[in-house]
Design a protein around this ligand. Structure first.
Ligand SMILES: [Zn+2]
Length: 399
């Protein structure tokens, strides 16, 4: 094969192929600088005086499915009198520090979306730790900066990233799903740093923010965005109510007579699931329990009615429905439910504001699987920056 043909497959600007050696272990391509080109400063384009030359080895994509290709090239140091410093010339297709071409790094980064880092060695002869660095460099170079202009709504939530402890605060654009911010911790300060990056004009365009009502974020939002409406997240509220149902189930189970106890077996998820998601068998077994236990029956019906709030178009109708619901919950006298209803009454405006803005943190819940995948692939998270880049990449691909 003529060297010219290789030149088409392995083009390096300002360099030409001097030799191609095909060994059993792989292909080695030797480059030299194109002598027709004058030595120019990579920063200011002014002519430079030659200082010294060093041979460097880098890796590139394989040829015809073989092993990775080794590229040897001279990096040339010259003195730029315009910049007043020494400058190095190397092919722009090769990363200045990683000893790899950008296209090899981008290929590894693409693979990293689908396979674990530990598989990179057998797929592209790149060790896991190196692949991890390639992926991070590529994402840093290729992902656009977060778009902070014209945001109309935000989703804010915390996520556990390490078992037991270790949280991050996430901020997404509520309309596009773009991940805008990720910061360690779930405290006020973890969110405040996000608002520090916004101009007054950028803040003013935000009309609504969806959060969980139990977190530390509410105070920050009220302080930073006094005109925005807070929407309490549907999924967190339903989860809170689920806990109430579970608590009542435990209490009733404890109090149950010997004949009643078997009715409780395996009912935990039957009670928590929406009725339309139950199998016929589970539904029949739940009916038996509810027929035998009046307290659970009442809690279960109220649980099912609560989510009607999120079917209304008008806040007024939702408010009326919710007020009626609070009254019914109170009348049951079932302590955990009464306490929940009290909280709902206090937060009624932040719950019905959903009808106007129609935002939930469902998109953030969708990150759970990506977070565990990223953590698994990267063998535990070593860098919060990397987690941000990975989640941001996914959030941009989903929009
Ligand atoms: Zn210069």
């Amino acid at each position: 094969m003529k060297i010219k043909n290789f030149q088409a497959m392995y083009p390096f600007e300002g360099y030409v192929i001097e030799s191609v050696n095909c060994h059993s272990v792989g292909i080695q391509i030797k480059l030299r600088r194109d002598a027709r080109r004058a030595l120019r400063c990579p920063d200011c384009e002014a002519g430079m005086a030659f200082n010294r030359e060093r041979e460097i080895t880098a890796y590139d994509l394989s040829c015809g499915g073989g092993p990775v290709v080794e590229i040897r090239y001279p990096s040339i140091q010259g003195y730029c009198s315009c910049c007043g410093s020494y400058k190095t010339i190397r092919p722009k297709e090769i990363h200045p520090r990683r000893k790899a071409t950008w296209r090899l790094m981008r290929f590894v980064s693409l693979l990293a979306r689908f396979v674990p880092m530990s598989a990179m060695m057998s797929l592209v002869e790149v060790p896991a730790a190196t692949a991890w660095r390639y992926d991070k460099d590529v994402l840093e170079a290729d992902l656009p900066q977060p778009d902070l202009d014209g945001i109309e709504s935000l989703l804010v939530d915390e996520k556990a990233v390490r078992r037991g402890h270790g949280y991050v605060t996430l901020v997404l654009n509520g309309d596009t799903g773009e991940l805008l911010h990720l910061h360690e911790g779930k405290k006020k300060a973890s969110l405040e740093v996000f608002f520090e990056r916004l101009s007054d004009e950028q803040k003013a365009s935000i009309k609504a923010v969806c959060i969980d009502r139990s977190g530390a974020y509410r105070a920050v939002i009220e302080e930073q965005l006094p005109d925005a409406e807070i929407v309490f997240d549907k999924f967190h509220l339903l989860q809170n109510l689920g806990k109430v149902v579970d608590k009542v189930r435990c209490e009733e189970n404890r109090r149950a007579s010997l004949e009643e106890v078997p009715l409780f077996i395996g009912q935990r998820f039957n009670l928590l699931r929406h009725p339309e998601n139950l199998t016929e068998k589970n539904s029949a077994s739940l009916d038996k329990l509810l027929a035998a236990n009046e307290t659970l029956h009442r809690v279960y019906l109220l649980k099912d009615q609560f989510r009607l709030v999120w079917t209304y178009q008008m806040p007024g109708w939702a408010r009326r429905q919710l007020k009626g619901w609070i009254e019914m919950a109170r009348e049951t006298g079932i302590e955990p439910l009464v306490r929940f209803a009290k909280g709902v009454e206090r937060d009624i405006e932040q719950i019905v504001s959903w009808c106007k803005h129609r935002i939930t943190n469902g998109r953030i819940e969708g990150f759970n699987s990506i977070i565990s995948r990223v953590l698994f692939k990267a063998r535990g998270i070593r860098s919060i920056d990397y987690l941000f880049l990975k989640l941001r990449q996914e959030s941009l691909l989903q929009t």
